[in-house]
Design a protein around this ligand. Structure first.
Ligand code: SF4
Length: 252
C-alpha cells in the first residue's frame, strides 16, 4: 500500500510577547525618574555627593578591633586549639586508644600509645603517666590539616581531649604548626603533680573517672620528691608549655 500519509510538519513558531513599558511599570518609571533626576542635578553634585558617605561615616560607632592588644573573646563553645587534660592528681587522662585519630576526617592526629610501667625507676621502670594500662606516649595534631570539626573530642572515651577557645594558630612556617604532646598537655595546676608518678594508693582506674580523686596525695608528693632526678628524661616528662601557644612561641 502506497504511503499517502502527510509528512510531519514542524510546529508553527509562536509569536513572542514582549512586555510593553507602561506608566505603572516600576522599572520603566524608575529608569525614567533616575535619568530625569540626573539631568536636573548640577555638574558639581557627583564629586561633592560622594564625600557625603565619608562625612556620614565619621559620626558612626568605630568598629576597629584592637587586636592583638585586646583580643576579642570568643563564644564559650568556640572550637579552638586542643588540650590534653589531666586528672586532679596530675596523671594524664589520655589512654592512647587512638580513637581520636581514627575519627579525624582530615587525618590530622597522630597517637602512639605505650604501657604504663610500675617497675621501680631504679630498676629500669619507665613510670606511670595515666591511671589505666596505657597512656599516649606520642601525641601530635597537625594544624595545617585540622578543620576544627570536633569529631575527635566526641570520639574520646575519657574526655582527655577537649578544645579550648584559643584561636591564635597562625605561624610563619609549617613545622611549628604540628603541635606535640608537651604543647597540648594541660598545665599542672594547684593540687597536681606532673606525671610520671604512682596512682593514689587504694584507688583503681574507675575511681579516677568517678571523681574520687580530688588532688595529689601526700604519698604521691613524697614519691615525686624522692624520684625528681630519676624521672627527668623519661618519655613524656617534659613540662607543659603555656597554653597561649602561638603568641608565647613568637615571644620566646
Ligand atoms: S585523646 Fe582520647 S581518643 Fe585520643 S588517644 Fe587519648 S584517650 Fe584515645
Amino acid at each position: 500500500m502506497a504511503d499517502d500519509a502527510t509528512p510531519p510538519q514542524p510546529p508553527a513558531e509562536r509569536p513572542v510577547r514582549r512586555p510593553v513599558p507602561s506608566a505603572g511599570d516600576g522599572r520603566a518609571s524608575a529608569a525614567s525618574s533616575t535619568s530625569g533626576t540626573d539631568e536636573k542635578r548640577p555638574p558639581w553634585y557627583a564629586p561633592v555627593g560622594g564625600f557625603g558617605v565619608t562625612f556620614a561615616t565619621q559620626f558612626r560607632k568605630v568598629l576597629t578591633e584592637e587586636y592583638p592588644e585586646k583580643p576579642r573573646p570568643t563564644a564559650p563553645r568556640y572550637h579552638g586549639r586542643h588540650q590534653l587534660n589531666r586528672h586532679p592528681d596530675g596523671l594524664e587522662k589520655c589512654v592512647g586508644c587512638e580513637l581520636c585519630a581514627w575519627a579525624c576526617p582530615a587525618d590530622a592526629i597522630l597517637v602512639e600509645g605505650a604501657n604504663n610501667d610500675d617497675t621501680p625507676i631504679s630498676e629500669g621502670g619507665q613510670g606511670r603517666f595515666s591511671p589505666g594500662e596505657r597512656y599516649g606516649r606520642v601525641y601530635q595534631i597537625n594544624y595545617l590539616r585540622c578543620i576544627f570539626c570536633g569529631l575527635c573530642i566526641e570520639a574520646c572515651p575519657t574526655r582527655a581531649l577537649t578544645m579550648t577557645n584559643d584561636y591564635e594558630l597562625a605561624d610563619d612556617n609549617r613545622a611549628d604548626l604540628i603541635f606535640t604532646k608537651d604543647q597540648l598537655l594541660a598545665p599542672v595546676q594547684q593540687g597536681m603533680l606532673p606525671a610520671p608518678h604512682p596512682m593514689v594508693t587504694g584507688m583503681e582506674e574507675r575511681d579516677y573517672y568517678q571523681g574520687k580523686v580530688t588532688a595529689a596525695s601526700d604519698e604521691q608528693r613524697t614519691w615525686v620528691a624522692e624520684h625528681a632526678d630519676e624521672v627527668t628524661g623519661l618519655v613524656g616528662t617534659e613540662p607543659a608549655k603555656p597554653t597561649d601557644s602561638a603568641a608565647s612561641r613568637r615571644r620566646s
